[in-house]
Design a protein around this ligand. Structure first.
Ligand code: FRU
Length: 489
């Protein structure tokens, strides 16, 4: 179905109860609804926004177009949780209501101040010539959960030298000053990040552009996020317009980070190592982090990408968020681990230890459509080994290690209904270790695989048939010692 501009920019209250009910029924009929991921009740979800801990709860908003599986008029949808595992749908958080966000309440972030939660976001507007104008706006949430927008934008003008692609403010506090990085595009159509500062959250001063080594690196950097971790500075962002290179940058847009010295807030310099991708799978974009009450840095991403059709579209919804991941730094790399609270989801546990030396080895109770599984392979002389899951007649998703190439490979060629095939159906990354560990979280239509305790992550949607439930271990050209533990979720 082709969505016209009018249809994309309809407000939720313009839809009748009947239309909404029909859409809800279509969605609930979908065989690919997730069981333990945040997903929209109807319509399209994209970036996580305003991820924060406030008043004893985690708050996580997301970009939302309610009326169908397309990018249209964006709202912030509000969810909250006491444990990062069980999320309550609260309802619409920020509505696009006026001249400063008429075409969407775009992405942004949150910070607690004076007992309230301040939400800084981009108001997206289009004029009669469909030219974009962006404003940065504040909305304030109180302890009762009521959110009130400030009438006037707090940043109204685009600084000289930059285009109207100025969005996705990520806020933090350093000493008694507030700072925000904002994704930007220079007039020469290259991407970058700019910095603003404020003492009261209301008045913002343009400080300038962050000075990185990435002078020409894509045409737009979306969703920047700066934070300190283990005494280093980390800048996460989602650059658009990078060309694929060997096993890298295979998706339509990328998400990654630069790691180095802490940002010099006076000189705006960021001395850093090369850009690294955060995720090696097919569906990951626009992540956002927060620091929780225990000082953990936690990341959530959008498990999806723009400009690609997904098989759930025909049921009136698209996308979900990733599981929350705790970040740390090891060997100059950002390490992602599923937060420990997720263990609360574990039900029945099954465990096996075996030497695998065949092309298909299956075990009782090692089946399912929604499970967590840790597989450790060691003492291997096999050329390849790994596991097929969500497998059935003609379907399988494969995660394997190809020892001769020292590569971990995720293959979704036969995962079920296809998605984004024009970007390839295989993803690879280099790992050189004598022990290979795959930690999988499989939900009805997704998989997140943490490799060797979070050294790499493959995040992907998959759309298999309901009865593709088998888990098959395999080696080729030799053997491997396997230790696998699986929990139904
Ligand atoms: C990233 C993004 C942001 C923007 C939002 C709009 O996916 O394009 O730059 O704020 O989505 O929904």
């Amino acid at each position: 179905m082709i969505w016209t501009k009018e249809q994309r920019y309809r407000r939720i209250e313009e839809a009748s109860q009947e239309e909404l009910l029909k859409l809800q029924l279509e969605v609930s009929d979908c065989k690919w609804r997730q069981t333990f991921h945040i997903q929209p009740e109807t319509g399209l979800l994209n970036d996580p926004n305003g991820f924060s801990y406030y008043n004893g709860e985690y708050h996580l908003f997301y970009q939302w177009f309610p009326l169908g599986p397309v990018h249209g008029l964006k709202y912030w949808y509000h969810t909250k949780s006491k444990d990062l595992v069980h999320w309550e749908n609260v309802g619409i958080g920020i509505e696009p209501t006026d001249d400063y966000d008429s075409h969407g309440a775009y992405s942004g972030s949150a910070i607690e101040h004076d007992g309230k939660l301040f939400l800084l976001y981009t108001g997206n507007t289009r004029d009669e010539n469909w030219e974009r104008h962006s404003y940065q706006r504040l909305a304030i949430m109180d302890k009762a959960g009521e959110i009130v927008k400030l009438e006037q934008p707090v940043i109204r003008d685009v600084p000289n030298g930059y285009t109207d692609h100025l969005r996705d403010p990520k806020i933090w506090k350093d000493g008694n000053k507030f700072y925000t990085v904002i994704g930007a595009q220079r007039e020469n159509k290259t991407g970058c990040v700019v910095l603003y500062s404020s003492t009261d959250l209301l008045n913002w001063k343009f400080e300038g552009e962050l000075k990185t080594n990435l002078k020409i690196f894509g045409y737009m950097w979306e969703c920047p996020d700066y934070f300190k971790l283990q005494d280093q500075g980390v800048l996460i962002f989602s650059p658009q317009g990078l060309e694929p290179k060997e096993d890298h940058f295979k998706n339509i847009y990328q998400s990654g980070y630069i790691l180095g010295d802490k940002l010099d807030l006076e000189k705006l310099t960021l001395t850093h190592a090369p850009f690294q991708e955060l995720d090696r799978g097919f569906d990951f974009y626009a992540p956002q982090t927060m620091m929780d009450a225990d000082g953990r840095r936690i990341l959530v991403g959008w498990m999806g990408l723009p400009e690609i059709d997904y098989p759930t579209d025909k049921n009136g919804w698209a996308h979900c968020l990733t599981l929350p991941r705790e970040l740390s730094i090891r060997n100059s790399k950002l390490i992602q681990q599923p937060v420990k609270e997720l263990q609360a989801l574990r039900k029945q546990q099954h465990e096996i230890k075996d030497v695998i030396h065949q092309e298909k080895k299956m075990y009782d109770a090692f089946t399912g459509t929604s499970f967590e599984m840790i597989c450790e392979f060691e003492n291997f002389d096999a050329k390849e080994f790994g596991v097929q899951f969500r497998a059935g007649d003609n379907e399988k998703t494969i995660i394997k290690y190809v020892a001769v190439q020292k590569k971990v490979i995720l293959d979704r060629t036969f995962s079920g209904e296809s998605v984004g095939d024009q970007y390839g159906t295989v993803r690879k990354c280099f790992i050189d270790e004598s022990k290979i560990k795959f930690h999988l979280f499989v939900d009805t239509s997704s998989v997140e695989i943490f490799i060797n305790d979070g050294e790499e992550v493959f995040t992907s949607r998959i759309f298999p048939k309901e009865d593709s439930k088998e888990i098959r271990f395999f080696t080729t050209g030799g053997k491997a010692l396997l230790h696998a533990t699986k929990w139904d979720l």
